[in-house]
Design a binder for this molecule. Structure first.
Ligand code: GYE
Length: 354
């Protein structure tokens, strides 16, 4: 009898004490990431946890996630596949998705980010950054507001503890692969003058692909004679290449940092009476359906793959972060290289999702 009284007393006390405490959600450890250079593709060591309050943690489900996705804009086949990946996977997983189209305007993109910080419903912000710099202040605000940030597609120059993880390609490796392939295509060629069509200035994809290509081009004495942004667009790829062709036609290869710019270069070469992929070798990055078509038509030599279907990995990383599960600071995508002279190219192209 005596013991029963003590026990019931203690229970009452603990209930009273509990009642006195402020209702705090389960604190969630969100991994603080460690430094990763663009060319180091290995996943890094587990970082020390950082606290962001997440009510449902550690048992959050996809249906608890309200994701504010800040997309760059709609600049081509790769981007369309990337956006579709988010909308389709959100539906399949039961994630609530709020989509912001930055229309390739950095000011609009930062304003959209702040909008999601202020949106009480949004608990996770996913960012495809137009440019690498200018993000530290708003990421700090997001953290102070208890929002988890996940980077997708493009890396940024900001302290790693301001975002949970980065899901995206090794753009430097893509550039190195492109240089290796250009060396093979220009083997035996007396001259190796190459023109480079660059993506939007300031983006990690453009910066790192250019760096990677330059790291390897010396292996066979490639000389970049012209380099200019064509903003990921076929129209600008056409205009820039046409302008160069007016100056001279002493070019043996074109490195287009994405498929669309390569399509523009192909048109320009044809208009100048040159045979694309024969008189001038052409390599692009992305390997979307359009690139496969060009390779099958014989106007593009090589496409270095860059996978746009990132949403499932990003949603998984967001859920892990919400539940305080540690994860690597960078999860690089596994990607291939495709060749126009591959006898199985048609079959390969039939099995592609983008
Ligand atoms: O290569 C290009 C798109 O960030 C990887 O952006 C992406 C790049 C892609 O516009 O087509």
């Amino acid at each position: 009898m005596y013991h029963f009284k003590i026990a019931s007393f203690l229970i009452v006390v603990s209930i009273v004490l509990a009642a006195c405490q402020p209702l705090s959600p389960v604190t969630t450890a969100v991994p603080v990431t460690t430094q990763v250079s663009a060319s180091n593709s290995a996943a890094t060591s587990m970082p020390a946890p950082k606290v962001i309050d997440f009510p449902c943690s550690p048992n959050c489900k996809y249906s608890d996630l309200v994701i504010g996705f800040i997309q760059t804009g709609s600049e081509g086949g790769w981007r369309a596949a990337n956006t579709a990946s988010y909308k389709e996977s959100a539906q399949q997983l039961g994630v609530k998705l709020k989509f912001f189209d930055s229309q390739n305007d950095l000011k609009k993109q930062i304003a959209g980010f702040v909008q999601f910080i202020q949106d009480p419903e949004v608990n996770i912000i996913v960012l495809a950054a137009l440019e690498t710099s200018g993000w530290e202040a708003v990421l700090q605000q997001a953290r102070d507001a208890g929002k988890i940030v996940v980077l997708e597609d493009r890396r940024i120059d900001a302290p790693e503890n301001l975002y949970a993880t980065y899901i995206g390609s090794d753009f430097n490796l893509e550039g190195r692969k492109a240089a290796d392939e250009m060396c093979k295509l220009l083997e035996g060629s007396e001259k190796k003058n190459v023109w480079e069509l660059v993506g939007n200035v300031g983006s990690s994809a453009a910066i790192d692909r250019g760096k990677g290509f330059r790291e390897k081009m010396g292996d066979c004495g490639i000389n970049i004679v012209n380099t200019q942004t064509a903003d990921w667009s076929a129209t600008e790829g056409l205009q820039v290449t046409e302008a160069w062709l007016k100056e001279n036609k002493d070019v043996q290869g074109i490195f287009a940092q994405n498929d669309e710019m390569a399509f523009g270069a192909i048109e320009a070469l044809k208009n100048a009476g040159l045979t694309p992929a024969v008189d001038v070798k052409i390599i692009s990055v992305d390997a979307t359906a359009g690139a496969f078509q060009a390779m099958l038509e014989g106007t593009l030599n090589v496409a270095v793959e860059c996978n746009p279907l990132l949403a499932p990995q990003v949603y998984e990383a967001a859920l892990k972060a919400a539940n305080g599960v540690g994860q690597p600071s960078w999860v690089p995508s596994q990607e291939s290289v495709f060749h126009a002279d591959d006898p199985n190219l048609l079959d390969i192209s039939k099995g592609r999702a983008y």
